[in-house]
Ligand binder design. Structure first.
Ligand SMILES: [Zn+2]
Length: 264
């Protein structure tokens, strides 16, 4: 399995457009040892020819250009076989609207995430300009399925969506009730080697399903949005804690010892 990190920053990117915190200022001025990062997205492939994007960040165009394997091989072509969405946050799905240049695209998502994007959303009409512009493939929690390309051919990768404690996208807050399908992690298994990539880009807290999802994985990509709970509230940047924003802080030991049951 080939894995390429296209972006590793939280929503907003680094530096963030409206942020002059010590880190964002430091990276702009070159006074800290850090480099600018686009918002999180990863691409995976078993054969190096057909690639799956894990989430579609607002910076998708730059990210595609940054990696030659994702460049078109003909006048109208893309090596991107499909996009897999783990939730409906804009930093994970806004990129699909940048892929509106009349090319068929395939999106794997839970029904809940699909509904959040397609219903009551006039922007979505830009992806409905011709029949078959977007093909949605429905992910069901706990059901492993083979990832196929746009022509339904096997790609050598299998995907299992894993429920991960999270929250509704901010723009759906108050419009829908929470559901386990709102936020998922992914277990991606390469058939030829049995190797497993565990991809959990948003984890509100540890749960039995998240632990199971990580078990035995050869590589883990895990939500690193926050180091500490008061990262934003401490310096007065925001009143909310990391947990309020459904991100488990990765610093310290405490949070990983907590063990909360999955919702029924
Ligand atoms: Zn900042």
């Amino acid at each position: 399995m080939q894995i390429r990190v296209l972006g590793a920053a939280a929503g907003g990117g680094f530096p963030q457009w409206n942020c002059g915190c010590a880190n964002c200022r430091g990276v702009r001025e070159g006074t800290i040892e850090a480099r600018p990062r686009t918002q999180d997205s990863v691409t995976v492939s078993a054969d190096g020819a057909r690639w799956f994007l894990l989430n579609a960040s607002p910076e998708i165009r730059t990210q595609i250009e940054s990696f030659p394997a994702l460049h078109p091989k003909r006048a109208r072509h893309t090596p991107i076989a499909a996009i897999v969405l783990t939730n409906g946050d804009l930093d994970h799905c806004l990129g699909i609207f940048s892929l509106r240049e009349a090319h068929p695209i395939v999106i794997y998502a839970t029904d809940r995430v699909r509904q959040g994007i397609t219903e009551s959303n006039v922007f979505y009409r830009t992806l409905q300009r011709f029949p078959g512009q977007v093909t949605w493939r429905s992910l069901k929690l706990g059901r492993e399925e083979e990832l196929v390309d746009a022509g339904n051919a096997a790609t050598g990768l299998w995907l299992e969506p894993v429920p991960s404690p999270g929250k509704l996208p901010v723009h759906l807050d108050g419009l829908a009730s929470a559901d386990p399908e709102d936020n998922i992690g992914l277990r991606i298994r390469e058939r030829a080697t049995g190797l497993v990539l565990a991809y959990f880009s948003a984890v509100g807290r540890m749960s039995p399903s998240v632990r199971q999802g990580l078990e035995g994985a050869s590589a883990v990509f895990f939500d690193g949005t926050f180091w500490s709970s008061d990262e934003l509230s401490g310096p007065g940047l925001m009143a909310k804690t990391a947990e309020d924003l459904a991100h488990l802080p990765i610093g310290g030991e405490g949070p990983y010892q907590q063990h909360e049951p999955d919702p029924p």
